[in-house]
Design a protein around this ligand. Structure first.
Ligand code: GCW
Length: 683
């Protein structure tokens, strides 16, 4: 349960080398709940890592007897405490500065937040530095988050089940009610805050309207109270038809005055129960959810009704861009689900109120093992955007397979969209609001943690939750940095442990991709139901549009402008040009963008079919090799974690063979082309 806040013992000499004083006291200058958490956390961390019991002090006179202090507070509080420490350059919202200062007899470690949250994030950062055994001499670190919205979404249902959750039941709900015991909710908020996450949407985007009933809001307020000391704002997924479903209006047409009035009253009621409520998230007109299209209204018209109700309270609307028709005609060569996000939203650019953010999944389909970035990111210049990333491994092995997703997310965030007239237009800068100078934007991670002791089931899957938070804070961080930070915090600084765990994490996405869906074709898993295990055929001949268009001659979706669905034309010209021609299209996205014969040769001249065979054998072999690599860590990581990971890696090694054989045999039968190494079909 401690996850990466393990506070394993460190070598104090490294953190406080000779001449650097180790503090005895933490002096807390503010009384807010968040600052109290921050001071408590410093206490906890020092005890665990340095075996030092810090005195907790709130009285400046009392503390001044001690000369070796950590001082924690907001910039305002610190300037009031000692005017000489006043900052000239103001800190960014939620940011902090960590300084070591020698003032007369005093040796101070100053944790200065722009605000209360900043102070808390500063405390966690200081503790991370200690965990990594970084010397705290001449410390001067100024940081601020990349964007205002850094939220997780939890797809929890009131009955306690979790849609696409793979780690036990809900930490919030049970049998229709909010749980009595909020200890896990509180611990979760602590974990989130430790990586700078400031919001959490507690219920499924396929929202149950009954959660907006007054008696339920009173229960939900208890969850908000558990989050509050960690600066995590609670938000709710809402169903657009709530005014009808629970309000007994005859319509939920967003433009009907009585509907707008209903939402205003409901939002006011929510803020009475939860004064720091973050806002709402809306999934509408998608996969059977009610929405404005039923009344001929647009997503912007629907979003703005909520936005106006939330505005006086400072709340925001996250409107999901995941709107598509799941009854597409498979026989229509021009039909293309990937087009939907852009087609549905780009014409609405400029029509959303300023406190609306369009929440866009990283890829245009649905969290496949490999997708290009959604063209919608570049299609909205006058609209706030957030990127939605999936921490829960719906299509990537459901935490039974090890897949460290940070490198995959980085490929999306680091994509330059080539927006015309801009030198750079990386997705990461678009979603933080920099590129188009938007007032707001950010990062949403679908986490789906559960009651499981390891929160996500697979102990190593927690690197994904950690990595999501770190990227939301600073999307420029590298995958290797994030992986190594997580490993050190979780398992300590042992060089062997770091090297084994980091290598496992950093190679894992590639390995999973090798034995599942190749060349951007999709994950090749069961599409209709659980999204687990090989299910190649299930992609085709249905309305869901995750088609691979494989026949006896070739495979892939032709999304070109010239002969295909025209999807590629949704990208800015520079990027579209790259995807449109076979020559320039990167191999890893080939089958997403083009339909080619199995004998088509990739950039290294290997044929597509031989590539499919080779990668599936290579991937399964690599999955098997993870097991002995992990076994070298027996006794070096906690036993329970050791055996839990081992069990899962063994399972993964076996399941990767199932994947390999299912995929290679299917393509062998389909193509009739032999494997040039003679492995396939020879039993
Ligand atoms: O991929 C699909 C999932 C649904 C999910 C949906 C969404 C919550 O299979 O379970 O619904 O995405 O993101 O809305």
């Amino acid at each position: 349960q401690a996850a990466w806040l393990a506070y394993n013992a460190v070598d104090a000499q490294r953190v406080f080398p000779a001449g650097t004083a180790m503090p005895n006291t933490v002096l807390r200058l503010g009384d807010s709940a968040v600052e109290i958490s921050a001071a408590d956390e410093l206490h906890r961390g020092f005890e665990g890592m340095l075996h030092r019991i810090l005195r907790l002090d709130t009285d400046a006179v009392q503390a001044s007897k001690d000369h070796d202090l950590i001082v924690i507070g907001t910039a305002k509080e610190i300037a009031a405490w000692r005017p000489s420490l006043r900052e000239k350059k103001p800190l960014q919202p939620e940011g902090f500065r960590l300084r070591s200062v020698v003032a007369g007899k005093d040796s101070l470690l100053i944790v200065e937040g722009a605000d209360e949250r900043g102070a808390l994030y500063g405390a966690f950062t200081l503790l991370r530095m200690i965990a990594e055994e970084r010397p705290l001499t001449q410390l001067d670190d100024v940081e601020a988050p990349s964007a205002a919205v850094r939220w997780t979404n939890e797809w929890d249902n009131p009955d306690g089940s979790i849609e696409r959750g793979y780690a036990g039941r809900s930490i919030f709900f049970d049998k229709g009610d909010v749980r009595q015991d909020m200890s896990r909710a509180r611990e979760y908020a602590r974990l989130l805050a430790s990586v700078g996450i400031n919001g959490c949407t507690i219920n499924n985007v396929n929202a149950d309207p009954s959660l907006l009933r007054p008696e339920k809001l009173a229960e939900i307020a208890r969850i908000a109270a558990a989050f509050r000391p960690y600066g995590v704002k609670l938000s709710l997924s809402i169903a657009m038809n709530s005014p009808q479903a629970i309000g007994r209006l005859s319509t939920f047409d967003p433009l009907a005055p009585e509907v707008a009035a209903w939402w205003r009253a409901k939002v006011d009621e929510i803020y009475k129960a939860i004064p720091d409520f973050g806002g709402v998230i809306i999934k509408a007109d998608s996969e059977g959810q009610p929405g404005p299209l039923q009344y001929g209204r647009t997503p912007a018209e629907a979003a703005n009704v909520l936005a106006r109700a939330l505005k006086p309270h400072g709340g925001v609307v996250l409107y999901r861009g995941f709107v598509y028709n799941h009854h597409l005609d498979w026989h229509d060569p021009k039909a293309d689900r990937a087009r939907a996000g852009y087609d549905n939203f780009h014409t609405l650019d400029g029509q959303f109120d300023d406190n609306v953010i369009v929440q866009i999944k990283n890829g245009p389909i649905d969290f496949q093992v490999r997708e290009p970035v959604s063209p919608l990111f570049a299609g909205l210049h006058k609209t706030n955007e957030a990127i939605e990333l999936q921490i829960t491994q719906e299509y990537t092995g459901q935490q039974r397979h090890l897949v460290f997703l940070v490198p995959m997310w980085k490929t999306a965030l680091d994509t330059d969209m080539h927006v015309s007239g801009m030198r750079y237009s990386m997705v990461r800068d678009i979603v933080t609001g920099r590129t188009f100078r938007r007032p707001m934007g950010g990062f949403v991670g679908v986490a789906n943690v559960g009651l499981d002791d390891y929160w996500l089931g697979h102990p190593l899957a927690m690197a994904n939750l950690y990595g999501f938070g770190r990227l939301a804070w600073d999307p420029v961080l590298s995958s290797a940095t994030i992986s190594d930070e997580w490993t050190r915090l979780t398992f300590g600084n042992d060089a062997d442990v770091r090297s084994v765990v980091d290598t496992l994490l950093l190679n894992s996405w590639h390995i999973y991709e090798e034995y599942t869906g190749p060349l951007g074709v999709g994950t090749l898993t069961d599409i209709i139901g659980v999204h687990y295990g090989p299910g190649i055929e299930s992609a085709e001949r249905n309305g869901w549009g995750q088609w691979i268009r494989a026949d006896h001659n070739g495979i892939g979706m032709d999304r070109t402008v010239a002969t295909g669905t025209g999807y590629i034309g949704q990208y800015p010209a520079g990027l579209a040009a790259e995807y449109e021609t076979l020559k320039a299209c990167p191999d890893e996205l080939l089958l997403f963008m083009h339909h080619v014969p199995y004998t088509y040769r990739l950039h290294d001249h290997k044929t597509v079919i031989q590539y499919i065979y080779d990668t599936h054998y290579a991937g399964a072999t690599a999955a098997a090799v993870q097991v002995p690599a992990w076994e070298t860590l027996e006794g070096k990581v906690p036993d329970r974690t050791y055996f839990e990971v081992l069990r899962r890696l063994n399972y993964q090694a076996g399941h990767s063979l199932v994947w390999r054989d299912a995929v290679v045999n299917w393509f062998h039968r389909m193509s009739g082309i032999a494997d040039d190494k003679g492995r396939v079909g020879n039993y």
